[in-house]
Ligand binder design. Sequence first.
Ligand SMILES: [Zn+2]
Length: 475
Amino acid sequence: MKRPNALCVFALTLVAPATACSKKTSDGPRDIVILLLDAVRKDHFSCYGNARKTTPNIDQFANEGVTFDRAHACAPWTLASVASAFTGNMPETHGAGVWSDDRSSGTPTALDEKNVTFAERLKSAGYKSYCRSANPYLDLGCTQGFDKVETIPGNAEEVVDWGLESIKSAGDSPACLYLHFMDAHTTRDLPKQYVNKFETPGAGPRMPAHQGYDAYIENRFVGDELVKFSTHRLAVYDGAISYIDKAIGRLRKGLEARGRLDRTWFVILADHGEEFWDHLTEEEANYHDSRGYFGVGHGHTLFEELLQVPLVVAGPGVKAGARIKTPVSLIDLSPTLLDAVGMGPQVGGFTLGRSLLASFDGTEPERRPVYAQQSLYGHKRRAIIDTDDWKYIHSFDAREKDFLFDLKSDPLEKNNKLTAKPESAAELKLKMERFFDALPRAGSFDPSVIDLKTAEQLRNVGYLHSSGSRPAQPK
Ligand SMILES: [Zn+2]
C-alpha cells in the first residue's frame, strides 16, 4: 500500500466496529513469528504422520498449540500463494503472479502497492517487523510493510541468525518476524550429514537426487532406476526438512534467552507442497508443461499434494494439542493474526479470508468451500473443494481433461469421476465460476474497497457471511 488513501481509511473505519468482535487472547505485548518452509508438503512433517522423525521441534509447537489438518494454499507456487497469505485475498484479486494462459517465460506480475498486507496493518499498531526470505520471489511486492527486509538466498542457519539478530532492535515493542526457508525447495547446498540422514542403507548406487529433478528429467528413469532415484530424493527432502527443524529449535532457544518466548505466537506453514510422482500418469497424458516436468516439482497442477500444506499455531491462549479437521485456506492467515492482536480480521478494505482466532481453543470453524488457482507453468487452471469434499479441477485449455474427485473416499485423487458423474461436475464447475467471476480483479479494481454487488455474489457462493469481510457502503 502506497499510503492509506481516503477510500481505504473510510472502508477500514466503517468495518472496524463490526468485525473487531473476536476475543482478544490476553493482555500485554505479543510477538508474531511466522516460519514458512517453502515447498514442504504436509505429510513430511512428523506431526502430520511422517514415519521419519523429521520435525521434533515443530512437533513440540504442535503439542503446545493447534494443528490444522487441512490447510490449503491458494496457488501451488510461492509468489501467488504468499501474496494470498499476506493479503487475505485470492491471486485473482491481489494480482501477484497472475499470468495470461500458458506462460513459458517472462517476469510474473508483482504484488501491487495498492494491496494492503498484514505487515502494513501491524505497523499501524506499533509493531516492528522483520522479513528474511531465502526465496527472492518475495521481492515482487510481498515485503511491503516490513521495517527490515532481506531477500537473498541463504540456508536455514543463516535465516535464523538474521532473525535473532534483527529482533533485538524491537526492544520492548511488539515484533513480527517472518522467516522463509528454502532448504527443502533447493536441496543442492544441504550439509552432507542431512543429505545422508535418512538414507536407506544398502539402497543401491546413489543417484544425484540432491540436485533436484535435473537427472530425472534428463533420464526419465523408470522401474528400478526410478525407485532408486525417488527413494534417495525423498530421503534428501526429509533431511532438508530436518535441517530446517533443527534451526527452528535454535530460534526457539534464542527467543527464550531474550525473554520473548512466552509472549510469542508461532505460525509454522508452507506456501505449497511438492509432487513426488503422485500423478505422473495423469499429467503426462493430459497436461502441458513447457519445462517437461510431469509428476514432480510444483507450480503446475492443483492436486492435493500441492495444495494441502502444514499449518501449526502455538502461543498465548492457544489450546495445547488441539487439531482442527475443517478445511481452511491460507487467505485466513492474515485476518487471524490481526484479530489475535486485537485489530479485527480486516486486512484491507476488501478481505476474503476470515479469522480463525476462535479455533485457537480447538473450536472447529464454519466450513466453507476452498478454492485454488495456478498460473506458473502450463495452462491456467482452477479448483474448488466443496463443503461435501467433492473436488473439481478445471483447465482453461479444452485439450486438457478436467478432474472430479470424491476426497472423502479418494483422498489421493486416483479415481476421476468426471465421466461417471457429469451432473456433479457441471454443478461444481458452475459454483466455481460464480466464485471467480464475483471476485474483485487486480488491474480493474481497487482492492481497498468492495461494492455491495460483489459482496452479494460472494455471499451466494459461501463467502463473506458471519465472521467474513463486510463491504464498504456505496458513497
Ligand atoms: Zn514456494
